[in-house]
Design a protein around this ligand. Structure first.
Ligand SMILES: [Fe+2]
Ligand SMILES: [Fe+2]
Length: 164
């Protein structure tokens, strides 16, 4: 069964937001490489891959519903970072915006009575809780390391161990 028009439009916008997230994290990892924080850069590269998967999963779902995705232009990233704490702070506000967008999408699916999409989106609701926890943990870590090169080195090392 095809998706209601307004729900399809909102899902397609979410695809775009996930690709834009991937673009943002890749740009952040690039900036962290440039200041030799290779652990955080690696962490952000993993996040970049994860965002691509978030987008792919939505695309596959729309395909399963026999519908069409318009691949919209992806927002550019022209901001650069020279402090990891700023990256973590911006990541949290970005993830909060993504969470709000997913919640809105979920409400729309519910209003449309589209049970399949409601169930599909549950995974994203849970995932966003994790994304916000990660961003907050990174903020705390970099706050503690703000006045200590040793702590910064250790926290960067710790971040390099992110499994997936
Ligand atoms: Fe995402
Ligand atoms: Fe995640």
């Amino acid at each position: 069964m095809k998706l209601p028009k307004n729900l399809l439009k909102a899902l397609v916008n979410q695809v775009n937001m996930e690709y834009a997230s991937a673009y943002l994290y890749r740009s952040m990892s690039h900036d962290m490489k440039n200041i030799a924080l290779f652990g955080y850069a690696k962490w952000l590269d993993k996040q970049y891959q994860e965002e691509l998967q978030h987008a792919e999963k939505l695309v596959a779902y729309i395909e399963d519903r026999d519908d069409v995705v318009n691949f919209l232009p992806i927002a550019g990233v022209d901001k650069h970072y020279d402090k990891p704490l700023d990256v973590a702070v911006d990541s949290l506000s970005h993830e909060e915006a993504v969470s709000a967008s997913i919640r809105e999408l979920f409400r729309l699916a519910r209003n449309e009575g589209d049970l399949e999409t409601e169930i599909f989106l549950q995974w994203y609701i849970t995932e966003q809780v994790e994304e916000e926890v990660n961003a907050r943990d990174n903020i705390s870590g970099f706050q503690k390391a703000e006045n200590s090169e040793d702590l910064l080195y250790m926290f960067d090392k710790y971040l390099s161990k992110r499994a997936d």
